[in-house]
Design a protein. Structure first.
Lengths: 395, 98
């Protein structure tokens, strides 16, 4: 029988929630890295016991943690406690928390500034890793989306990281501006069918795609309309909150933008709005059913200043028609006095036959639905504010 | 042997439970102490000062013999009491909510 492992990042540590395929009874371990902000925790599709975590702090900076035993033990790749800092031939070992922008003449780009909130030039400054995306082929290959926005890759299990500079340097980087949460690259999507294709999203620059493994990139924001920027249909500048892709369809993408829920059937070359009858089309999370490409989930949030559900009712909305027509899912969710938020990386689905859906709230609840959203139960109610939720389906 | 007091989170990262004792060659400076810490505990690289520029992380401060030396030159010799280990060298995180 399959098991499920839910990886939860919070403002004050990571938690690991495990259950069998019934998803009724849960074991909770944690907090791991207590007191630190855990922006994201994600396991390798190749080796589920290989898990990476982004541990960060305004005081002490960025740490990358790795587990090779399903989250029981953790270490910083490249610098395990007690080991020498140099290799036997005297070379310095890698530093897993070293993210240095590539500004070399050979491989980097002469890009030195992006725009600050007020439009003035601002130098790129590394702040933290928002999202970790392990590859489909190799547990040692993993991508990191960082703030200030750039994409990094490690091919040695997180011991060292190198920027894919073609993204920042493709031509629009100097126009990017931070969103309210900072100028973060928060979404990294690899394509199971096309290993050369990667999608990323940046607040507030928009969505980008490479079809050559990260060497060259292009903005994919045609069809987005953002009334809050000077040119609502600009090539870049859109505050994309999250993108979700169905596992087996390389061209079908869904997007929760600052306002508007969007869909693309051509790998992001064009987008159309599918907000339909949602009570509000502001929100952060969006995800796709594991087996039904036209079944999608969002959690509408009242507005860009009122980051809580409309009317104090926590409702997941599901569309079984690929958008436009939405139904409220409320069974088991609080329907009065609920004023939490659900952040962009805090929803995930498992791949069991009856698709499980999970999301975490800023109030510290992690809700699970073992029946594709029909009913919900809190796995835990009182964690620190939840930043991210990922799910591993274990055979 | 000098004595360094680390913030609790850095003690956890380094896998130590109390104060840290380090051999540091003369002259003992803030720079040489941080070099010694990072050599002994490589997992702390980047957590006290920036990887590239070597600059102090903004929310950390350094104290020696009751004096705030955060803004003193990094290569200035520290008091003999620090160099002898009679007094600890403090690395302190700024107090802030959260």
């Amino acid at each position: 029988m399959s098991n499920v492992r839910v990886l939860v990042g919070t403002r004050k540590g990571a938690f690991i929630l495990t259950s069998d395929g019934k998803r009724e009874k849960w074991d909770v371990s944690g907090p791991h890295f207590a007191g630190w902000e855990i922006y994201h925790v994600k396991g390798s599709p190749v080796d589920p016991n290989r898990i990476y975590a982004s541990q960060t702090s305004d005081w002490f900076g960025q740490i990358i943690q790795r587990s090779d035993d399903g989250g029981q033990n953790w270490f910083q790749p490249g610098t395990p406690a007690g080991e020498s800092t140099t290799t036997p031939d005297g070379m310095p070992k890698g530093e897993s928390n070293k993210f240095v922008y590539d500004t070399s003449d050979e491989t980097g780009k002469p890009l030195t500034t992006h725009q600050f909130y007020d439009g003035t030039p601002h130098p790129w400054e590394f702040k933290r890793v928002w999202h970790i995306e392990p590859s489909f082929d190799d547990p040692d290959t993993v991508y990191a989306g960082i703030e200030d926005a750039a994409l990094f890759r490690s091919t040695n299990g997180g011991e060292t990281w190198q920027e894919l500079p073609g993204l920042r340097g493709h031509g629009t980087g100097s126009q990017w501006q931070p969103g309210a949460g900072g100028m973060c690259l928060h979404t990294v999507i690899l394509d199971q069918n096309n290993r050369e294709r990667i999608f990323v999203a940046i607040s507030a620059a928009g969505a980008f795609r490479t079809d050559d493994g990260g060497a060259t990139w292009k903005p994919i924001n045609t069809g987005l309309h953002s009334q809050y920027i000077p040119d609502p249909t600009a090539e870049v500048g859109h505050c994309v909150h999250h993108i979700a892709k169905h596992a087996t369809n390389s061209n079908l993408l869904y997007m929760q933008k600052h306002w508007d829920v969007m869909r693309s059937d051509d790998a992001g070359d064009s987008w159309r709005e599918i907000s339909g009858n949602l009570p509000t089309d502001f929100g952060f999370v969006i995800d796709v059913h594991a087996h039904e490409p036209e079944t999608i989930y969002v959690v509408p949030i009242k507005s860009d200043s009122e980051h809580f559900p409309p009317d104090g009712k926590l409702r997941v909305y599901r569309s079984r028609t690929g958008g436009d027509e939405w139904e409220a899912l409320t069974k088991g969710l609080p329907q009065e006095n609920c004023y939490v938020n659900i952040l962009r990386d805090a929803m995930a689905v498992d791949s069991l036959d009856s698709c499980g859906v999970y999301f975490g709230t800023t109030g510290g609840q992690v809700y699970a639905s073992p029946d594709a959203g029909d009913t919900w139960t809190p796995i835990v109610r009182d964690l620190p504010p939840v930043l991210s939720v990922e799910v591993q389906t274990l055979s | 042997m000098i004595v360094v007091v680390l913030p609790a989170h850095l003690r956890a990262l380094a896998g130590v439970t109390g104060d840290v004792q380090l051999e540091v060659d003369d002259p003992v400076t803030r720079h040489s102490i941080l070099d010694a810490i990072e050599a002994r505990y490589p997992m702390l690289r980047g957590t006290i000062r920036d990887h590239v520029a070597g600059e102090r992380r903004p929310l950390l401060r350094f104290f020696a013999c009751g004096e705030d030396i955060t803004h003193e030159p990094a290569d200035a010799p520290l008091p003999e009491a620090i160099a002898s280990g009679a007094e600890p060298f403090y690395i302190i995180g700024a107090i802030a909510g959260g």
